[in-house]
Write a protein that binds this ligand. Structure first.
Ligand code: PLP
Ligand code: ZN
Length: 403
């Protein structure tokens, strides 16, 4: 184990990783694990890593687990890094990282695989969280594998596919009349009485550790020479905080030279981080009102630890950009037309790229990684088609209409 402890990202207090950790008991700040990276760099090299099996568990020295035997796995592959091309138009230097291939079809598997493994090691058997959908699904899946009881609280208008997957994977599901923050409030009310551990976004240090591997894995795939920019769809912000933390580890290990610009994208129907960034604020002070977007994972009105997301964006000279739902949906269609099977949250990255290029904020030849956080599978319900325009055939058809 190379973990030194978990440090509060607000007040700096350090806590032992042998304790069950949530947020800083003194100031409520998010806790981040610290490692003895000098020792890690002495023990392993980039080429040692390249010789290990391609799964994010290969970065075991940079995980808080005390033994690899604690790993709860559903088979986490290295996800593909793809060069993006669009018909014959001139996109160059655009890459996609497709985390839609992970268990339950989203990058949430990364955080939850590590959190569930770690909590199992700490003898936790009951876990709960409020979720817009995909975090709940990942918790349900890893909870099922680990034989833990999982309680999930979702807004009652969460995508039906998310509700179904959680129910069928055996989680205890509650639908809350309100948004994710309301779901969080209700959950909190019962937390003590039911004795479950709260694995909410940003309110425990474990999930960030799984997300760090996005930086490790992708850097390795790029032969440790990362593109200038990453565009990342951001709701609660845990993903981008984990990604940033991963890059900082890589710098400290001496394995990469620069951190790419972290560009976060939100929907203009719920863009509290973009608003705070544009106003020069250091955190989101008020919840976004009437939060509404087709990208359910981005519908977080007041992210916990927003100060860390804004710090990540500013420290890397990144940007924060909001795109309209109409552009998210047309980008999703454009992706599909080019064989890319991405969910609305992930498709927001393409909408953001086009916007930033047309505003001149990204040059035509700058290299960009679009981080695809999930696949399209769960999201076809709201993609409208006119079925009566698709030719129907009888069994004895002898010609093809519209052909
Ligand atoms: C949760 C989610 C996001 C946003 O991640 P955060 O860590 O909450 O910022 C993006 N895309 C998908 C598909 C998600 O499920
Ligand atoms: Zn603190």
């Amino acid at each position: 184990m190379f973990v030194i402890g978990a440090e509060c990202s607000r007040c700096g207090e350090v806590f032992s990783s042998e304790n069950i950790l949530t947020v800083c008991p003194d100031c409520g700040g998010a806790l981040l694990f610290k490692y003895d990276l000098t020792r890690v760099a002495e023990k392993i090299s980039k080429s040692d890593l390249e010789n290990r099996e391609n799964t994010f568990w290969k970065f075991k020295e940079l995980l808080p687990l005390s033994s690899p035997s604690s790993i709860v796995s559903l088979g986490e592959p290295y996800t593909p890094l793809i060069h993006y091309s669009e018909g014959n138009s001139s996109v160059s230097n655009v890459f996609l990282k497709d985390d839609g291939r992970l268990p339950t079809g989203t990058f949430k598997a990364r955080g939850m695989a590590v959190a569930v493994s770690n909590l199992k090691e700490l003898n936790i058997n009951r876990v709960a969280l409020p979720s817009a959908g995909n975090a709940a699904a990942a918790l349900a899946a890893y909870g099922a594998k680990a034989k833990m009881d999982a309680y999930v609280f979702m807004p009652k208008d969460a995508p039906e596919s998310n509700v179904k997957e959680c129910v069928f994977m055996g989680a205890r599901v509650y639908l809350v009349d309100g948004l994710i923050n309301d779901a969080a409030d209700i959950m909190k009310k019962f937390e003590e009485a039911y004795g479950w551990l709260n694995v909410s976004t940003n309110k425990q240090p474990y999930r960030f550790e799984g997300y760090k591997a996005m930086a490790f894995e992708t850097s390795e795939q790029f032969h440790w020479d990362f593109p200038d920019n990453i565009i990342f769809p951001t709701g609660g912000g845990e993903g981008v905080i984990g990604l940033w933390k991963g890059f900082k580890d890589l710098i400290e290990l001496g394995w990469i030279e620069k951190i790419p610009r972290l560009i976060i994208v939100q929907s203009s129907g719920c863009a509290p981080l973009v608003k705070a960034y544009n106003n020069g604020e250091t955190e989101v002070k008020e919840a976004w009102e009437n939060a509404e977007t087709v990208a359910a994972g981005l519908r977080v009105g007041r992210p916990y630890a927003s100060y860390l997301v804004l710090r990540a964006v500013r420290e890397t000279k990144g940007m924060a950009v909001a795109v309209d739902d109409a552009d998210i949906l047309s980008s999703m269609k454009r992706f599909l037309q080019n064989g890319v099977y991405a969910c609305p949250e992930a498709s927001a990255t393409l909408a953001a790229l086009n916007k930033l290029k047309s505003d001149g904020a990204i040059d035509k030849d700058e290299s960009v990684l679009l981080y695809l956080t999930g696949n399209a599978m769960k999201n076809f319900d709201f993609m409208k088609i006119e079925k009566n325009k698709i030719p129907a055939l009888t069994k004895d058809a002898d010609f093809l209409p519209q052909c």
